[in-house]
Design a protein around this ligand. Structure first.
Ligand code: ADP
Ligand code: MG
Length: 291
């Protein structure tokens, strides 16, 4: 495409709320044959809410107070869900100290000399806890496309909290447009397989990678590029920044974190994923030089 037609394409994209920082990205977008999407905040609203509270000893208020105490220093969307629920129930977060967030695993802190942990099964089991008594509840949560978070105090499992995040209303339609354009679509998430499968099904995506640690998202992109794909990565989080930078074309969700936006060549100012097929179409038209 000529510099002039690229300028026209960039202007056209802006009318659709698609901010293109490099003209080259617009030219590459039309060649994309595989779009990889992050789950939380990209396919979903990114405003999860607590759907299940299950305390092994029936003390749901204590469970919530401990979880909120752990999450009060975390920036993760899962943390906001738990804090919001505690606020709504009038529960004061427990005074947890020595807080630590473990990327892709959960949060840890201490209370009265006990270690508290809240996070996913893989991490808690690696720490030596048995989650057998709450497996049934966890399955109910994952079947509903929610994320189960396990809470333990020392070596005792106290319960499970289910957190779920709805798809954005037009996610499914945007995915359908990509499929119709002959583009493969894949979801990557740090979430467990059962939750990922349920969300992917809701979105109409048949290909996904679950339990991908934040640092491994970029590796997924790189290995698919090595196999010959021209890859677009779409994401919103700090976690997604390396993958956005590793893709042929990175799309940041405009409501996401600044780090993601800085790592991507394209920003979707509207949260909607329709921006992705829009950009691909505008690119193809630009390269053919028709408007
Ligand atoms: P995603 O890629 O879906 O945005 P992350 O990599 O941020 O997910 O997190 C993956 C998993 O790690 C979460 O599903 C959750 O089980 C656990 N986790 C991460 N942060 C927290 C937190 N602040 N509280 C509880 N669990 C967490
Ligand atoms: Mg995200």
């Amino acid at each position: 495409a000529t510099p002039m037609s690229v300028m026209v394409g960039v202007g056209k994209a802006a009318q659709y709320g698609i901010l293109i920082r490099q003209g080259e990205a617009l030219q590459r977008a039309g060649q994309v044959d595989l779009v990889i999407l992050d789950k939380t905040g990209t396919l979903t609203e990114g405003r999860p809410t607590v759907t299940h509270l299950h305390a092994v000893d029936g003390q749901e208020d204590t469970l919530l107070a401990l979880a909120a105490g752990l999450e009060q220093h975390s920036e993760h969307p899962l943390a906001s869900a738990i804090l919001e629920r505690a606020r709504r129930n009038g529960i004061e977060p427990a005074p947890v100290s020595a807080f630590e967030a473990l990327n892709g695993q959960g949060v840890r802190g201490t209370l009265d000399g006990d270690i508290l942990r809240l996070g996913n099964r893989r991490w808690l089991e690696a720490e030596g806890l048995s989650l057998a008594q709450v497996t049934e509840v966890a399955r109910t949560i994952t079947d509903a496309a929610g994320t189960p978070l396990f809470l333990a105090r020392g070596d005792r499992v106290l319960g499970v909290i289910g957190v779920a995040d709805a798809l954005k209303p037009d996610t499914r339609a945007a995915i359908e447009r990509l499929h119709r354009a002959g583009v493969r679509v894949m979801m990557v998430t740090g979430d467990v397989d059962a939750t990922a499968r349920a969300i992917a099904a809701q979105a109409g995506i048949d290909d996904y990678r679950a339990e991908v640690l934040p640092r491994d998202k970029a590796e997924v992109v790189t290995s698919l590029r090595r196999r010959g794909h021209t890859v677009a990565m779409v994401g919103d989080g700090i976690n997604d920044a390396p993958a956005l930078a590793a893709a042929d074309v990175g799309f940041a969700i405009g409501t996401g974190t600044d780090v993601a936006i800085e790592s991507a060549a394209i920003t979707l100012m509207r949260g909607s994923l329709h921006g992705v097929p829009d950009a691909l179409e505008i690119s193809r038209a630009t390269v053919r030089n028709i408007h």
